[in-house]
Design a protein around this ligand. Structure first.
Ligand SMILES: *Cc1c(COP(=O)(O)O)cnc(C)c1O
Length: 365
C-alpha cells in the first residue's frame, strides 16, 4: 500500500484483518439490548485475567480511571504521597492528584525512559504510600528493584500499564504490583473503539472494592457504602476487546520486528540514538533520541517529506501548568523532552514503508 503521507499509526489495516469477527461481535451486542457491564464484560474480564495470569480483572471506563480507582481500592487518598515518573502522559500524575494524594517525582534513566530505581529511596517520607512505575512506550520497568524497595518500606505498587499490554519480564506487566492499570484507548496495543480501562489484582478485597467504586461505591443498588464513580466498561467495547485479545500477542511480536528493522536501518547515524531492543518490550512507541539539539527542526523536515512523527512528551509532568512552581527540575526528563521523537509504528507497517522513513530521516540529519 502506498500512502501520500505516512501516518504515525494506521488502525484501518487491523480492522480489515478481523472485520467479520468484529462486525459479528458488535451486531450481537446490539441485538442483546445490554450495553453497560453485563455478560460481555464479565467474559472479557475472565479471559483477560487468564491471559495475564492474574486472579481478578475489573473493567472500567478508561486507563485514567483504572489508575484512580486502583489507588483508591488500595486505600490511597488524601495526604498520601505516591512516587512516580515526571516523564509520562499527564494522566499518570493527574490520577494521583485527583484522589487527593500528591505525586512525588523521581527522575528517569535516559536509556530506558523509565523511573530510576536508584533515586526512589531518597524521596520516601512517612507520607509515602505507593510507587507508580510507568512501563513507558511498552518497555517493562525493572520491577525487581522496585519490589525490593516496596517490601523494605511497606509501600504498595500500582503499575501504569497503559502502554504495555502484553509486555513481559518473566511475567506480564500489571502482575508485578498490587494493582495493574491498563488503558484500551484506541491507539494502545490492545485498543477498543472508544474509551476503556482495566484494573487487575491478585487481592480479592482490592478487586471487590474496585468493582464497587466503578458503580457509585455500591455492591447492591441504593446501598452506596463508599463514594464512588460512574466508571463502567461498556459491553460493545468488551465485545471488541474479546475479539482482539487472541491477536494481541502476534501484533506485539510484529511491533517488535518493526522496531528491530528500524534499529538496523538507523544504526550508526550520528546524533541519533535508537531504543534498546530489550526482551518483552511491546513497542507501543518506537522512540529515538536526536541529540544535536535540533529535534524540532528535524521533525519539521520529516513532516515536509511526508513522514509523520510525534513527541511523547514535550513537557515533563512537573512542568505542566497544573503543577507549575511546585517541583524542582528533573534534568534527565528535561533533556529527554527535547530529544525524543516517536516514529510511525503499527503491526502491519511494511519494511518498504520503513525504508522510505529511514531514507527521509537520513536526508534530514
Ligand atoms: C493513555 C495513558 C493513560 C490514560 O489512559 P486513558 O485510557 O486515555 O485514560 C495513562 N497513562 C499513560 C502512560 C498513558 O499512555
Amino acid at each position: 500500500m502506498t500512502l501520500d503521507r505516512i501516518p504515525i499509526l494506521d488502525l484501518r489495516q487491523q480492522y480489515q484483518q478481523i472485520k467479520s469477527e468484529l462486525d459479528q461481535a458488535i451486531a450481537s451486542v446490539l441485538e442483546s439490548g445490554q450495553f453497560i457491564l453485563g455478560p460481555e464484560v464479565q467474559k472479557f474480564e475472565a479471559e483477560v485475567a487468564e491471559y495475564l495470569g492474574i486472579k481478578y480483572a475489573v473493567g472500567v471506563n478508561s486507563g485514567t480511571d483504572a489508575l484512580m480507582i486502583g489507588m483508591r481500592a488500595l486505600g490511597i487518598g488524601v495526604g498520601d504521597e505516591v512516587i512516580t515518573t515526571p516523564f509520562s502522559f499527564v494522566a499518570t500524575a493527574e490520577s494521583i492528584s485527583n484522589i487527593g494524594a500528591k505525586p512525588v517525582f523521581v527522575d528517569v534513566e535516559a536509556e530506558t525512559f523509565n523511573l530510576n530505581p536508584q533515586a526512589i529511596k531518597a524521596q520516601i517520607t512517612p507520607q509515602t504510600k505507593a510507587i507508580m512505575p510507568v512501563h513507558l512506550y511498552g518497555r517493562p520497568v525493572a520491577m525487581d528493584h522496585i519490589r525490593a524497595i516496596a517490601r523494605e518500606y511497606h509501600l504498595q505498587i500500582i503499575e501504569d500499564c497503559a502502554q504495555s499490554f502484553g509486555a513481559r519480564a518473566g511475567q506480564y506487566t500489571g502482575t508485578f504490583g498490587d494493582v495493574g492499570a491498563f488503558s484500551f484507548f484506541p491507539t494502545k496495543n490492545l485498543g477498543a473503539y472508544g474509551d476503556g480501562g482495566l484494573i487487575v489484582t491478585n487481592n480479592p478485597d482490592v478487586a471487590e472494592l474496585a468493582s464497587m467504586l466503578r458503580v457509585h461505591g455500591s455492591k447492591y443498588r441504593y446501598q452506596n457504602e463508599i463514594l464512588g464513580y460512574n466508571s463502567r466498561l461498556d459491553s460493545l467495547q468488551a465485545s471488541i476487546l474479546r475479539v482482539k485479545l487472541p491477536y494481541v500477542k502476534h501484533w506485539n511480536e510484529q511491533r517488535y520486528q518493526v522496531a528491530k528493522r528500524y534499529n538496523q536501518l538507523l544504526q550508526n547515524i550520528p546524533d541519533l540514538i535508537t531504543p534498546e531492543l530489550c526482551e518483552g518490550h511491546v513497542f507501543h512507541q518506537y522512540t529515538i533520541r536526536i541529540t544535536n539539539g535540533k529535534r524540532d527542526q528535524f521533525q519539521k523536515h520529516l513532516e515536509a517529506k511526508g513522514v509523520s512523527s510525534m513527541v511523547y512528551y514535550p513537557i515533563p509532568q512537573n512542568r505542566l501548568p497544573i503543577y507549575a512552581g511546585q517541583y524542582p527540575d528533573y534534568p534527565v526528563s528535561d533533556l529527554l523532552a527535547t530529544q525524543v521523537l516517536s516514529l510511525p509504528i503499527w503491526p502491519e507497517i511494511t519494511p518498504e514503508t520503513q525504508e522510505i522513513i529511514a531514507l527521509a530521516l537520513k536526508s534530514c540529519l
